[in-house]
Design a protein around this ligand. Structure first.
Ligand code: 13P
Length: 249
C-alpha cells in the first residue's frame, strides 16, 4: 500500500522566538514537495507563534495530558493544543518515558486524548541498548506497540515512530536490515491490534537521521518517514531530509 511519507521534526526543549525564522525555509520546502507531509513539533511555548508565522506548515506538540482539564500543574491538554493550532502530538517519546516515568498505559491514554480532540498521535516506541544487546529488541518494541496503541486506532490519526533509544542524539543508527526487521515486526503487530487499518499506518524511523543517511533509511520497506531531532533545528539540515523523502515518493 502506498503511504505518504511524513518528515517530522521534534525540537525537544530547544528554541526561542527568534528560532522561528528557521521555519520559513522548511515551509518553502514543504510547499515545493507536496508529495510528502512535513511537520515541526517545537516547544509548547512556540506552537501558537509558529502557527501564526508559517500557516502552511503543520505544527505539532511534543506531549499532552490524558485528561482534558483539571488539577495537573504544568501540564497541557489535547484541547488546549488543538485550540492554538497544533495538528499533531508526539506521545510516549523515550525521553518522557525515562524522565517522567511514562508507562505504556499512560501513552495509550494520551493517544486517546489526542484523537478525541482531532490531533494526529505520533506514538513512540524503541528499545534501549541493553535490551538490544540482550536480544530483546523486537519483543520490547512489539510489546510497547501492543500496550501503547488504542485498539480503535485508525490510519488517519495514528502514526508510530520507532526510535531506538541508543540511536537518539548519538550519531549511531541501526543497520538497514535491523530497521527493516523492526518495522516489519511493528507492522505485523499493528495487524494484530487494528486489523485492516494496519497497512495504512505510517511507521517513522527516528534516531540520528540526517541529510546523509535519510535517503537510505527512508527507502527501507515499511519506513514511511522520519522523526528527526537535532537535524530538524535548522532549515539547512532539515530540508535535505524532506528532499530525500520527496525523491522516493
Ligand atoms: P535525533 O535525531 O537528535 O537523534 O533525535 C531523534 C528523536 O528523538 C526524535 O524524536
Amino acid at each position: 500500500m502506498a503511504r505518504r511519507k511524513l518528515i517530522a521534526g521534534n525540537w525537544k526543549m530547544n528554541g526561542h522566538l527568534d528560532h522561528l525564522r528557521e521555519l520559513h525555509g522548511i515551509e518553502k520546502a514543504a510547499k515545493t514537495h507536496p508529495q510528502v507531509d512535513v511537520a515541526i513539533c517545537p516547544p509548547a511555548t512556540l506552537i501558537a507563534p509558529a502557527v501564526a508565522r508559517v500557516p502552511g506548515l503543520a505544527i505539532g506538540a511534543q506531549d499532552c495530558h490524558a485528561a482534558d482539564k483539571g488539577a495537573h500543574t504544568g501540564c497541557l491538554s489535547a484541547p488546549m493544543l488543538k485550540e492554538v493550532g497544533a495538528h499533531h502530538v508526539i506521545v510516549g517519546h523515550s525521553e518522557r518515558r525515562a524522565d517522567q516515568g511514562e508507562t505504556d498505559s499512560d501513552v495509550k491514554a494520551k493517544a486517546e486524548a489526542a484523537h478525541r480532540h482531532g490531533l494526529t498521535a505520533i506514538v513512540c516506541v524503541g528499545e534501549t541498548e541493553e535490551e538490544r544487546d540482550a536480544g530483546q529488541a523486537e519483543a520490547v518494541v512489539t510489546g510497547q506497540v501492543s500496550a501503547s496503541l488504542p485498539s480503535d486506532a485508525t490510519a488517519d490519526w495514528l502514526v508510530v515512530a520507532y526510535e531506538p533509544v541508543w540511536a537518539i542524539g548519538t550519531g549511531r543508527v541501526p543497520t538497514l536490515d535491523d530497521v527493516a526487521t523492526m518495522h516489519a515486526a511493528i507492522r505485523a503487530t499493528l495487524s494484530d491490534i487494528i486489523g485492516d487499518e494496519a497497512p495504512g499506518v505510517r511507521i517513522l524511523y527516528g534516531g540520528s537521521m540526517n541529510g546523509d543517511n535519510a535517503a537510505e533509511l527512508l527507502a527501507v520497506d515499511n519506513v514511511d518517514g522520519g522523526l528527526v531531532g537535532g537535524a530538524s533545528l535548522s532549515a539547512d539540515k532539515f530540508v535535505p531530509i524532506i528532499e530525500a523523502g520527496a525523491a522516493l515518493a
